[in-house]
Design a protein. Structure first.
Length: 277
């Protein structure tokens, strides 16, 4: 009887056990690993923030330096282990969580080239998003996914809207430059466009202001237009969130091949790569 050739993509037993600990949180070992990881993330952020205080840096700088590299090396090993225990590591590397995990360790190594880049280690705060999966806060996880899908589906519409806004402020900035002129502070069209952007966003720094009646009328029009503009992207994203909410309930199980989550609670195969769950 012909035997089936072994699949080179199959995980070895030690890789499967490692995957269960690192990617899953339903086991005691997996939850302990994730909680320890969260504690390390919080401590590393606190260290980075305290190290930015001049008086503390002068007194405990070496301790902060040692702790910072301890956390960096720990997260580096964890990142490598995540790549080792899945079938398709490249898919994880270019996923949202994979990119966030990479950003959590790059600044320390970048500091060899660019001094001061350690402050970017606060990107590790993004890794705290794992708390929703670890403690099975399914409702929060679902809402976060709805928001992600809504923003992703809204990008094209919002991009067109932003293009319209940019065109509007350029035109209005040019008009106010013509009406007010350099003697009222509008020394150039770029300066006038800057004023139009500040006005249409209702920020109003007050460093430049129209003086003529026609200029004040145009400013009033831009301010009122700004309130209307704020409502448009809100409506776009809200609509997309309503559409995303129609999707089925999902759980926190991670795919053993690509490491991605967000599968339906009764799913048997990964909807991203087709691997059996």
């Amino acid at each position: 009887m012909e035997q089936k050739a072994p699949d080179n993509d199959e995980l070895r037993p030690w890789q499967s056990r490692l995957h269960e600990v690192i990617y899953e949180s339903h086991t005691t070992a997996g939850k302990a690993f994730d909680i320890t990881l969260l504690a390390f993330i919080l401590l590393s952020i606190v260290v980075v923030m305290l190290d930015s205080v001049a008086s503390l840096h002068a007194r405990y700088g070496m301790i902060f330096f040692i702790l910072e590299w301890f956390f960096t090396l720990t997260f580096t090993v964890e990142y490598i282990l995540r790549l080792i225990c899945i079938r398709k590591p490249l898919k994880y590397m270019f996923s949202v969580l994979g990119i966030i995990d990479l950003l959590a360790i790059i600044p320390s190594y970048l500091s060899f080239v660019y001094i001061g880049s350690q402050s970017l280690l606060v990107f590790r705060a993004l890794r705290l998003l794992r708390v929703f999966r670890i403690f099975k806060l399914v409702h929060f996880l679902s809402e976060m996914r709805f928001l992600y899908i809504a923003i992703l589906n809204s990008i094209r519409k919002i991009s067109i809207f932003i293009l319209f806004v940019v065109s509007t402020v350029v035109i209005l900035g040019s008009i106010i430059y013509l009406v007010e002129g350099p003697h009222n502070g509008f020394t150039s069209i770029p300066q006038s466009v800057y004023w139009a952007i500040v006005t249409i966003t209702t920020v109003g720094y007050g460093d430049i202001a129209p003086v003529t009646p026609l200029g004040k009328f145009i400013a009033s029009f831009i301010m009122l237009l700004g309130y209307g503009i704020i409502a448009v992207p809100t409506g776009i994203v809200t609509t997309e969130m309503a559409l995303a909410a129609k999707s089925q309930k999902q759980d926190s199980q991670a795919c053993p091949s690509c490491g991605r989550e967000g599968h339906d609670h009764d799913a048997r195969y990964c909807k991203y790569c087709g691997t059996a769950l």
